[in-house]
Design a binder for this molecule. Structure first.
Ligand code: AMP
Length: 172
């Protein structure tokens, strides 16, 4: 894990003043770090019968795809409005300034699925909570929540339902 940590780039004042952005492009471009991420993420879910990994646009698509591939599961994108071509379900949620909406294809998840929801970074948790509620409304057997990085000072974990297993590879 120290190797991955050493590859995370802190970008100050991005996307706005006062934010320290955890940039994972410097992890993903490093072949060894990418390999470790795939292995470590998949070890968390090896025996859980996962059938779908849901990745959140857009940085969640990278780790989410790798995790799905490693587990032999399918991959499902959660996207910003207007991007998915077929019939969708939507969730709108509060952001610091205004609201945001995310979408998933209505036929993406079935009641037989065991799902891992994945994003790169857990900050306030608002985005993941909205994605969780969206997937929950489709009644899969089980939902796990996963991040590569968790920013514990922002306490995003606390807004996710208490009975949901939330795992992060790296906590700051
Ligand atoms: P959240 O506040 O948890 O809803 O985060 C919103 C989105 O922005 C998520 O996809 C996070 O991955 C991303 N994000 C928020 N804060 C950071 C940060 N400091 N560094 C990197 N990504 C972030």
């Amino acid at each position: 894990m120290e190797y991955i940590k050493s590859r995370v780039r802190d970008v100050f004042d991005f996307p706005k003043k006062g934010v320290v952005f955890k940039d994972l492009t410097t992890v993903f471009k490093d072949p060894r770090a990418l390999h470790i991420i795939g292995w470590d993420l998949s070890q968390l879910y090896r025996d859980k019968g996962v059938t779908k990994v849901v990745g959140i646009e857009s940085r969640g698509f990278i780790g989410g795809s790798i995790l799905a591939f490693e587990l032999g599961a399918g991959f499902v994108p959660v996207r910003k409005p207007g991007k998915l071509p077929a019939d969708t379900l939507q969730a709108t949620y509060e952001k610091e300034y205004g609201t945001d909406t995310i979408e998933i294809h209505r036929d993406a998840i079935t009641e037989d699925d065991i799902v891992v929801l994945h994003d790169d970074v857990l900050a306030t948790g608002g985005t993941m909570l909205a994605a969780y509620n969206l997937v929950r409304s489709m009644n899969p057997k089980k939902i796990y929540v996963n991040f590569i990085i968790e920013l514990s000072a922002l306490n995003g974990r606390s807004i996710l339902p208490p009975d949901v297993e939330v795992t992060s590879l790296i906590t700051y």
